[in-house]
Design a protein around this ligand. Structure first.
Ligand SMILES: NC(=O)c1ccc[n+]([C@@H]2O[C@H](COP(=O)([O-])OP(=O)(O)OC[C@H]3O[C@@H](n4cnc5c(N)ncnc54)[C@H](O)[C@@H]3O)[C@@H](O)[C@H]2O)c1
Ligand SMILES: CCCCC/C=C\C=C\[C@H](O)C/C=C\C/C=C\CCCC(=O)O
Length: 267
């Protein structure tokens, strides 16, 4: 099957200093792509930059510290990526936090900044304005597909970016602009924000029990990276929602289901 060749493509990854962002950066670098990443953590970002430059090539990776919630800082970083590598082909909106005690910051980071980042990338990538077209991938989660009372704001933000991505994929103007949108939904892994959350902190209910239930069920990190590369390499990824869990990888279609005119529904 024909593929979108990621070798020599430029990936712009938010939250790339650690966690999935860093692992995905390594994955695409190993396929010959170039990576420009941003992170709010300057020191960690510089450390990761040194590591990736050493492991791959200093001409293939660049970093700038930026808070993606700051719209000017995001746009500056994006234009830096274009200055350094000549273009951006794929945006991965990966940065996120999990803190139910700080609703505003979580919505700004996990939802508003993802939409803003997508709009900035669209403006620079769109073919009708001199760009070369491009791909915009939202890092969602299993929490972008189902319902989790334990973390309702995080849950809502992840659904929100899935819906934004899907709606954008259906905008006929984006076809002419050469823009494709997709959403990526990993289950919990033993990395990043998931394993570090203790019960009673960050307002996440029943965290200890959830962590225990995942002990043998984490999706391996390499499976997540591999699934991401599959998504990014699809000949046409527009509108895709890819879920990856332990021993499972499947495209999803989320649709409203009518349950009749009685509530609660009669089964
Ligand atoms: N870890 C999991 O099990 C899991 C499962 C499904 C989805 N996800 C998603 O994967 C993505 C990465 O999360 P992770 O688990 O690797 O966590 P992580 O904390 O290791 O990585 C997130 C990175 O984003 C950065 N970041 C946070 N706010 C930022 C901001 N305002 N500006 C710039 N950078 C910012 C952080 O500094 C951090 O380096 C998130 O979107 C998360 O929701 C994680
Ligand atoms: C440990 C408590 C949940 C911490 C959530 C923090 C980060 C979330 C990362 C993933 O995006 C979400 C992964 C899984 C969904 C969260 C909870 C699942 C509850 C499953 C259950 O009910 O057993």
């Amino acid at each position: 099957m024909p593929k979108y060749e990621i070798e020599n493509k430029v990936f712009f990854i938010t939250g790339g200093a650690q966690g999935f962002g860093k692992e995905i950066a390594k994955g695409v670098l190993s396929k010959g792509a170039k990576v420009f990443f941003v992170d709010i953590l300057r020191e960690k970002g510089n450390e990761t930059l040194r590591e990736l430059a050493h492991q791959f090539s200093s001409s293939h990776v660049a970093f700038t510290a930026a808070d993606i919630v700051n719209t000017e800082a995001f746009e500056y970083a994006f234009t830096e990526a274009i200055r350094v590598f000549g273009q951006v082909d794929v945006l991965l909106n990966n940065a996120a936090i999990a803190d139910e005690t700080n609703m505003s910051r979580m919505i700004e980071t996990n939802f508003t900044a993802v939409i803003h980042g997508s709009q900035v990338a669209s403006n620079y990538m769109r073919k009708d304005k001199g760009g070369k077209g491009g791909r915009i991938i939202a890092m969602s989660s299993i929490a972008g597909l189902g319902y989790y009372y334990q973390l309702p704001v995080y849950n809502a933000a992840k659904h929100g970016i899935r819906v934004y991505s899907k709606a954008s994929s259906q905008n006929p103007s984006n076809k002419d602009r050469g823009l494709e949108f997709a959403c990526f939904h990993p289950d919990a892994s033993n990395i990043g924000i998931f394993p570090t959350i203790d019960n009673g902190q960050r307002g996440i209910r029943d965290a200890a029990e959830i962590l225990e239930s995942y002990r043998d069920n984490f999706v391996p990190i390499e499976d997540v990276v591999e699934a991401f590369i599959e998504l990014a390499s699809l000949e046409h990824m527009n509108g895709a929602d890819l879920f990856v869990g332990k021993n499972k990888r499947t495209y999803m279609e989320v649709e409203g289901r009518e349950v009749g005119d009685k509530y609660p529904a009669e089964s």
